[in-house]
Design a protein around this ligand. Structure first.
Ligand code: NAP
Ligand code: ZN
Length: 346
């Protein structure tokens, strides 16, 4: 057993505390990673607060993990000691079902193993990246390209892939008008990636406070959703809308912004159900869709795409003692644009 230092939370209303957790001894295909940085995703907050359902506490969140390989199991072929490595939202899947065979492990028919708040094949609860070490099967470890620093690599493992995958799947590219709703961690990645794919990008944010940043990141247009005129002006203008908002919003107002055959993809995952009027879909043959992270192959493709296009998240590096404060700021939409924990402060 390997002992790792971590930050854990003991209940939905509790604050983080220092903890020690055990990582298993390496199995033949396992990789031990010394974690250098871990991003704070809004999903960590939903989970830690028990919003998505009961959670096994103590919980160590964190699924945006970047570090260095420090040991490998005897049959590992993809990694060696010293390699720069990333881990995202999943650490295992059945590997045999149709979806796993197609490289869509996130939709594993037997259920993927999440990086935290899940149970692994040994029957142990999984614990995430707010910790100094993690053991992961090599097939779920990503190679971080040399020109991406580890601190900015971390958020790509969730925020990057969660926006890249739907943009890729629904064909964001030249001639396509894409709107990104919410410019937080996911949103500011969606803007950069959609722009690099060649689409014309519009940001729909609650206010114009982050307009300069949005335009710098690659948006051509930026509107405040607090202004009702925004919705009148933009009726039937987008081919694709990526909704990254973590709270329940008025779906109908956004569906009306889609063209004929347009698609609104919800990646934001509020606990409350979203409602919409069927008429808003029927009248313009619109689609309302969802998308969950991306497969391992596609995650590597995203990392290589970001390396090629010099895309990195904008981050604020914090110490392990600042996690609670960072959660409060994310909840107040006061994040530019991802908090990343410096694990050396554990
Ligand atoms: P985040 O950094 O908090 O960004 C969310 C943004 O949504 C905020 O910055 C804010 O942007 C906007 N927003 C927040 N509350 C709002 C409200 N009440 N009304 C309107 N807009 C609001 O969160 P994140 O880490 O990007 O995650 C976003 C969501 O995606 C979360 O629900 C998370 O769980 C989910 N998620 C899903 C997947 C997946 O696989 N589908 C993966 C990762 C995360 P503005 O200030 O610009 O308005
Ligand atoms: Zn995430």
């Amino acid at each position: 057993m390997i002992t790792a230092k971590a930050r854990a939370v003991d209940g939905p209303d509790k604050t983080f505390r220092a903890a020690e957790i055990k990582r298993r001894d390496l199995d033949s295909h396992d990789v031990l990673i010394e974690i250098k940085y871990a991003g704070i995703c809004h999903s960590d907050i939903h989970t830690a607060h028990g919003e998505w359902g009961p959670v096994h506490y103590p919980l160590v969140p964190g699924h945006e993990i970047a570090g260095i390989v420090t040991s490998v199991g005897p049959e590992v072929t993809k990694f060696k000691i010293g390699d720069r490595a990333g881990v995202g939202c999943m650490v295992d899947s059945c590997g045999e079902c149709q979806n796993c065979r197609n490289g869509e492990e996130q939709y594993c028919l037997k259920g993927k193993v999440d990086t935290y708040a899940s149970v692994d094949k040994y029957g142990e609860p999984t614990q995430g990246g707010y910790s100094t070490h993690i053991v992961v099967p090599e097939d779920f470890v990503l190679k971080i390209p040399d020109n991406i620093e580890l601190d900015v690599a971390a958020p790509l493992l969730c925020a990057g892939i969660t926006t890249y995958s739907p943009l890729n799947h629904w064909g964001a590219g030249p001639g396509k008008k894409v709107a990104v709703v919410g410019m937080g961690g996911l949103g500011h990645m969606a803007v950069q990636i959609a722009h690099a794919m060649g689409a014309e990008v519009t940001v729909l944010s609650q206010t114009l406070n982050k307009k300069q940043d949005g335009l710098q990141l690659g948006a051509s247009h930026y509107y405040a959703t607090s202004d009702p005129e925004t919705f009148e002006k933009l009726t039937e203008s987008f081919d694709l809308i990526i909704n990254t908002v973590s709270a329940k919003i008025n779906m109908d107002a956004y569906l009306e912004l889609l063209t004929l055959d347009g698609t609104l993809v919800n990646v934001g995952a509020p606990a409350e159900p979203l409602s919409l009027s069927a008429m808003n879909l029927i009248g313009h043959r619109r689609s309302f869709a969802g998308s969950m992270i991306g497969g391992i192959r596609e995650t590597q493709e995203m990392l290589d795409f970001c390396a090629k296009h010099n895309i990195t998240p904008r981050i604020e590096v914090i110490s392990a003692d600042q996690i609670d404060e960072a959660y409060q700021r994310v909840l107040a939409s006061d994040v530019k644009y991802r908090f990343v924990i410096d694990i050396s402060t554990m």
